[in-house]
Design a protein around this ligand. Structure first.
Ligand code: KIV
Length: 258
């Protein structure tokens, strides 16, 4: 069962790649689980993929609880990871615990939070209180205002060294998984080699222990432009639009109902 984090740790030791996809609702969670994905991430990207927001900042804890609940309903085997949204955990470890407990009660197996070494105290607090944590570093979309856009991170040796320090501090604090977004492949590979916990990459090359992609990028359903590192496996939007147009044509031509 990929729900057990020991399975992830064993996979890292044995060099077996793990697979993660985002999901925001019951039908896609069921399909991801049946397809054999090792984890489903209820990402705060729900704000951009489902709610039509420009970034993830407006996503509320209540939205995350709702989507976690309906995703978890569709999962029998995969690990359910849920994002702590912007504003729900940064103030204090106690605030993070209250929010994380709600996500676990909704069906999450592990929470994910964005931030580097500054979050070590919070991760230690959560880890000692029955909350497994995935730490998300690199391009952390909740910092988009600070970064001045969705910009790749860790591009200079100095910035890379800070990310390595972040990863080591977060592991030492008790993070069970480290997720790295949009950083150089060599840096992500180096961090994967230096930490003992499994790493997940997105736009970070092929040297991480696992990969994650956003469901709507994979299926061609992203309402906006998908990032360059994503791979599209289906022309979803075109297929859906064609099916809907065919239905409308049938009704107009009195072919449906027969
Ligand atoms: O919210 C999300 O989908 C994420 C992934 C981009 C890793 O955090």
């Amino acid at each position: 069962m990929s729900k057990n984090l020991a399975v992830w740790e064993k996979a890292k030791r044995e060099g077996r790649k793990m697979t993660v996809i985002t999901a925001y609702d019951y039908p896609f969670a069921r399909m991801a689980d049946a397809a054999g994905l090792d984890a489903v991430l209820v990402g705060d990207s729900v704000g951009m993929m489902i709610a039509g927001y420009a970034d993830t900042l407006p996503v509320s804890l209540e939205q995350m609880i709702y989507h976690t609940r309906i995703v978890a309903k569709g999962i029998t085997r995969a690990l359910v990871m849920a994002d702590l949204p912007f504003g729900s955990f940064e103030e204090s470890p106690a605030q993070a615990f209250a929010a994380s407990a709600k996500l676990l009660k909704a069906g999450a197996d592990i929470v994910k939070l964005e931030g580097g070494a500054v979050m070590a105290e919070t991760i230690a607090f959560l880890s000692k209180r029955a909350i497994p944590v995935c730490a998300h570093i690199g391009l952390t979309p909740q910092h988009v205002r600070q970064f001045g856009g969705f910009k790749r991170q860790g591009k200079t040796p100095e910035a890379g060294a800070i990310l390595i320090e972040d990863a080591l501090a977060l592991e030492a604090a008790g993070a069970r998984i480290i997720l790295m977004e949009a950083i150089p492949a060599e840096l992500a590979t180096e961090i994967t080699r230096r930490v003992h916990v499994p790493t997940i990459g997105i736009g970070a090359g092929n040297g991480t222990d696992a990969q994650v992609l956003v469901l709507h990028d994979v299926l061609g359903l992203n309402p906006d432009k998908a990032p360059g590192f994503a791979k599209r496996y289906l022309e979803g939007a075109a297929l859906v639009q064609a099916a809907l147009a065919e239905y409308a044509d049938d009704v107009r031509a009195q072919k449906f109902p027969a």
